[in-house]
Design a protein around this ligand. Sequence first.
Ligand SMILES: [Zn+2]
Length: 55
Amino acid sequence: MFKDEILDILVCIKCKGKLIKNEDNLECHSCKIYYPIVDSIPRMVEEAIKPLNDE
Ligand SMILES: [Zn+2]
């Protein structure tokens, strides 16, 4: 797992908002999307963005 301090510098590329770390993704609740974490590295690119499913 990557260090939590990285969350202080990582922001959502869409809204520049704060991200919330989950098991294996970083969520942006404002945009209702998440960025997958692959090999401990968050994929902070448009192509990697997936929609968040609230249930
Ligand atoms: Zn966002």
